[in-house]
Structure formats: C-alpha cells, structure tokens
Design a protein around this ligand. Structure first.
Ligand code: IPE
Ligand code: IPE
Ligand code: MG
Length: 224
C-alpha cells in the first residue's frame, strides 16, 4: 500500500454548481467552502500531513470584479471565523502564491501564517494568486541572481514549496482534465484523479474512495 503524505486538490466546479442549484456562481463558492471544511476533517482522519488547496490562480483575475470580490470576502471571513479553531487543532496554514491583495487581507494572511507556524498535525497550503509558471520564473531568477547551479535540488529549494514534500496525489473535481498552471514541477510523479463531481458536491466518501484507489496503484518512478 502506498503511503500518503500529501494530497493536492484543484477545487473546480463551484460556479457551475452555483448556477445549476441557486442561479448564482457566488452561491457555488459559498457552498464550496463547506466541502473545504469536510475535506480538512477527513484529511486529519486519514493522518495525511499535507493538504494543498488551489483556491485562486494568477489567471483568475480575468474574472468579473464582482466574483473576485466575493471570493476574497469569503476567504477573509473564513480566516476571521476559523483560524483560531484551526490553530487549536494544531493545523499550520501556509500561503502559496504572491500576496498582492488589500493591505487588510495581506495582514490577515500573514498573521494567520505566523499564528499557526509551529503547528504539526496537518499543514494546509492555500494556493492564492498562485501560478506555477510564475513560481518557476521567480525560482530561476533567484538562482541566477545568486549565481548557483541550475539543478533539480536548487530549483526545489527556490520554489515556494521548499520544505514541502511533493504531492503524492492530485485530485481535480469539476469534470475537466487539465492542470491549469498548478504545481507543474511538483506534480511530475503525482497520481492524478479527475473527478466528475463539482467541488460543492464532492464529499468524504468520494475522497476516501480515491484514497483507497490511490493506495493500490503501483508507483514506478521510472523503475519496473
Ligand atoms: C472554483 O470553481 C475555482 C475557483 C477559481 C475559485 P470555478 O469558479 O472555476 O467553477 P466553474 O469551473 O466555473 O464551475
Ligand atoms: C483552476 O480552476 C483554478 C482553481 C481551482 C483555483 P479554473 O476554473 O480557473 O481553471 P480553468 O480556467 O477552467 O482551466
Ligand atoms: Mg473552473
């Protein structure tokens, strides 16, 4: 059985779920947050140490302002209401992506990271304004500036995910089979599951079904 240390999720399908059930994309984002809570609980139950959630991509700025504002309000309220409890549960929060938000949100994100930085049960990496290509470009720039050799190890060390083991398992909900600029380097050997269900409809059983499947896979890493 494969060990499972790190699960990454592209939480896709909120907008479609919202339109179908409430005639509002934003209602889908709100509902999607409930799935986030469920999956965090289930991740802990499964004793998984790292959970990376793709919440907002560098390309998502192309969306209507109204939707973007709604998403960041949702995030702000989530952190204000839930960070203390996450902290009590010994969960560490880390933000991936560049924090170029309102001063208020930047501060809230920094404080949430700082507050939980010593926690050890589960690390949640929240990818916000994250794009894998821009992460790689920044890493190459740092390597170039410091005049160090371009090597796999040095690239790893200069990514925002330094000190985080690579994902073993990637789940993308929402019935779309693409990576959308998410962890392109880090997912080189991940097992990938594309789920038909939209993120708000995804639940603990779906998550556990995928984990059981994942554990049975023969992971070769080039060997036989
Ligand atoms: C959530 O799903 C992902 C975010 C960018 C917040 P979407 O909002 O992309 O939902 P669909 O794919 O349009 O249904
Ligand atoms: C990927 O979903 C980004 C997040 C889940 C945050 P998108 O809905 O933005 O992806 P595309 O545009 O359909 O590829
Ligand atoms: Mg989408």
């Amino acid at each position: 059985m494969n060990p499972l240390n790190h699960v990454a999720i592209i939480m896709d399908g909120n907008g479609r779920w919202g339109m179908k059930h409430k005639n509002s994309r934003n209602a889908g984002h709100k509902e999607g947050l409930k799935t986030v809570e469920k999956i965090i609980k289930e991740t802990i139950k499964n004793k998984i140490k790292f959970l990376t959630l793709f919440a907002f991509s560098t390309e998502n700025w192309k969306r209507p302002k109204k939707e973007i504002n709604y998403l960041f309000n949702l995030l702000e309220n989530f952190l204000l209401n839930r960070i203390q409890d996450l902290h009590k549960q010994n969960i560490k929060l880390k933000i991936l992506g560049s924090k170029k938000f309102s001063p208020k949100l930047n501060k809230l994100l920094n404080n949430s990271e700082k507050k939980t930085s010593k926690n050890t049960k589960l690390q949640i990496n929240l990818a916000l304004n994250y794009g894998s290509k821009s992460e790689l470009i920044d890493a190459f720039k740092k390597i170039n500036k410091n005049k160090i050799t371009i090597s796999e190890k040095n690239i790893d060390k200069n990514l925002q995910t330094k000190n985080i083991p690579v994902p073993d398992l990637l789940i993308r909900t929402g019935n779309t089979k693409r990576l959308s600029n998410f962890l392109l380097w880090q997912l080189a050997y991940a097992e990938i599951f594309f789920e038909k269900k939209l993120w708000p409809a995804f639940n603990e059983n779906d998550f556990n079904r995928i984990i059981i499947e994942y554990k049975k896979i023969k992971r070769n890493f080039g060997k036989i």
